[in-house]
Design a protein around this ligand. Structure first.
Ligand code: TMP
Length: 239
């Protein structure tokens, strides 16, 4: 399998074609952005951590019966994945109030919900990823009813696996964002990444933030936070 030309460069990753038309290579960067690219920076070593953490969790999801785009880790920053067409929806699951939820509804951060919530945003940089509901997604033909049902089922299942895993590491899973793709046979698979860029992770005891909010909110200690969650993930895996 050979790496061919780059077909896409996102804010945190590049995607390359390969000699296999059904496989892409994802290459994780250290670049960090927030607020739709308005804030830019570098988190040294982030690409390596996000690549390895994502692959670790993708394999856990497969084991739990959730299909993913993961094929094989190729290097510290590169992973072979199935070619997907991304469903243009950001799928956000929340267990605890934080971020845009707290702001939109005028509540404090840290309220533990009785049951997780799900919401969708339309993945569109020019429109700034507007929030939408299932009816809007259907009207815009972003996905079919069946695909949305599958995505919801998988997203809550990811939450169950991820929340339980992090709890065993002394980390509280506050919320996270997923993206799904369609492979050549038309089926839906989990794609993109699962990392401190896309999850809010708080130390269970101190509630210290161990994720990208440290970058978004200029809190400092960003690299240390990523290294800390990676260390806890690996330590748990070794048990
Ligand atoms: P929010 O509270 O800002 O809506 O973010 C919810 C979760 O989604 C949080 O874990 C961060 C993640 N997220 C992304 O991965 N990408 C994004 O562009 C945004 C806005 C949030």
């Amino acid at each position: 399998m050979e790496k061919l030309e780059q077909i896409y460069e996102g804010k945190a990753k590049k995607v390359f074609k390969t000699t296999d038309p059904e496989r892409y290579i994802v290459d994780y960067k250290d670049d960090a952005t927030a607020f739709n690219g308005a804030k830019k920076g570098t988190i040294v070593g982030k690409g390596v951590i996000n690549n390895q953490m994502t692959n670790f969790f993708m394999q856990r999801m497969e084991a739990a019966g959730i299909p993913t785009h993961f094929v094989q880790e190729l290097s510290e920053r590169e992973t072979l994945v199935k070619k997907v067409s991304i469903v243009p929806l950001e799928v956000i699951i929340r267990n605890i109030s934080a971020g845009s939820f707290a702001k939109r509804y005028g509540v404090e951060e840290g309220i533990v919900f009785d049951a997780p919530t799900i919401e969708f945003s339309y993945k569109s940089d020019p429109l700034d990823d507007p929030l939408l509901n299932e009816y809007h997604a259907l009207a815009l033909k972003l996905a079919t009813k069946e695909e949305i049902e599958t995505i919801k089922k998988y997203a809550f299942a990811v939450n169950d696996v991820l929340k339980a895993f992090w709890a065993e590491c002394g980390v509280t899973l506050v919320d996270f964002k997923l993206e799904f793709g369609k492979i050549s046979d038309g089926s839906i698979v989990l794609a993109d990444e699962i990392s401190p860029d896309t999850c809010r992770l708080w130390d269970s005891k101190t509630h210290e933030k161990l994720d990208k909010d440290r970058f978004r909110r200029d809190m400092g200690g960003v690299e240390d936070a990523y290294a800390e969650v990676m260390k806890r993930m690996k330590a748990h895996d070794a048990n």
